[in-house]
Design a binder for this molecule. Structure first.
Ligand code: P6P
Length: 341
């Protein structure tokens, strides 16, 4: 069984000019993930359930584990010496990192430390999502510009899903690999080498409670999924956990499409481009799937704001293309315009 550390070092050879900086950064994230996992697994037993009473930049009530996870990942990245700035869902602005150890840091990390936190108190899977870019600024602490790059410039992306088992899934642009935490040795071990998402799927994931607020094309797609057509395996199954990492991980393994569309109330949807849309798109594309906002490839969108929202359609290619076809047919003009390219 190969551990995450052994795998990272072995794969480092794919980057002939690599000096090991990205490898160390990925290992730093893996260490923080193990610490967060320990607390998530005992959340019901210690006083870290419930809310801090605080509200984060998204205006969402902050759960104590959110705060803990945010602190752990920022601490690991600050101490590791490979990261010059962090942009976190839990922080209004970027966290520049300047210390003796990070003087030559080459990377910035965008992170959702604990996604799906509304599920913490009901014991439903939650997750961490991260996205890594090479800095574009010269030196010193990282800048906002370093953190506002189009998703196609990511050098790595991944997620940790704290579920029936804890898994770390990541890509560096050479395919997707999954590692399962073996608590008996405290190591992430390679369990899902070269993950590929099925071209076809029979699962659609969307919060149908918002149906009345969806664009016409999305409504048509939901009805398409529900139609009786044995030749195409319909009706599909509706599976929606309300935790993006868990929903995406299931669809990555089994095939399916995850949709969080624009709505009348939220013309840019709910999910964030920097630390949800882009990293999950990188993983899905590297696994052979597709990721768009219904009109544009998500990873071609050039961000203008750290916490910018983006509509999301991602998963099995043929399913994403069906959603895009119906959206373009019934909603020919995007309700939002982005900087593309
Ligand atoms: P809704 C969790 O709060 C989250 O950010 C994602 O993990 C999840 O996919 C989505 O929001 C769920 O949103 O509006 O369906 O509850």
């Amino acid at each position: 069984m190969q551990t995450l550390g052994q795998f990272i070092i072995e794969r480092q050879k794919e980057f002939p000019f690599s000096k090991g900086h990205l490898s160390r950064l990925l290992r730093d994230l893996g260490i923080a993930a193990k610490i967060v996992n320990r607390e998530v697994n005992k959340a019901g037993l210690v006083n870290i359930l419930g809310e801090t009473g605080g509200v984060n930049v998204q205006g969402e009530s902050v759960k104590k584990l959110d705060v803990f996870a945010n602190e752990q990942f920022i601490a690991a990245l600050s101490a590791g010496g490979e990261c010059c700035a962090v942009a976190s869902e839990e922080e209004d602005d970027i966290i520049p990192i300047q210390s003796d150890v990070s003087r030559d840091a080459k990377y910035v990390v965008l992170i959702d430390p604990l996604d799906g936190s509304s599920n913490i108190d009901v014991n439903v899977s939650i997750g961490t999502i991260f996205s890594i870019y090479r800095r574009i600024s010269d030196s010193g602490p990282g800048s906002r510009e370093d953190c506002l790059q189009a998703g196609r410039h990511q050098v790595a992306a991944g997620y940790i899903v704290y579920g029936s088992s804890t898994m770390l899934v990541y890509t560096t642009g050479h395919g997707v690999n999954g590692f399962t935490l073996d608590p008996s040795i405290g190591e992430f071990c390679l369990s899902h080498p070269n993950l590929r998402i099925p071209e076809e799927g029979k699962i659609y994931s969307i919060n149908e409670g918002n149906y009345q607020d969806f664009p016409e094309g999305v409504k048509k797609y939901i009805k398409y999924c529900q139609a009786q057509d044995p030749a195409t395996g319909r009706p599909y199954s509706s599976r929606y956990i309300g935790s993006m990492v868990a929903d995406l991980h299931r669809n990555l393994i089994k095939g399916g499409v995850f949709i969080y569309p624009a709505t009348k109330k939220s013309p840019n949807g709910k999910l964030r481009l920097g630390y949800e849309g882009n990293p999950m798109s990188f993983i899905v594309e590297q696994a052979g799937g597709k990721a768009s906002d219904g009109y544009h490839r998500i990873m071609d969108i050039r961000p203008t704001e750290l916490h910018q929202r983006v509509p999301i359609v991602l998963g099995s290619t043929s399913m994403v293309e069906k959603v895009e076809e119906l959206i373009r047919q019934h909603d020919p003009v995007a309700s939002n315009e982005y900087f593309i390219g």
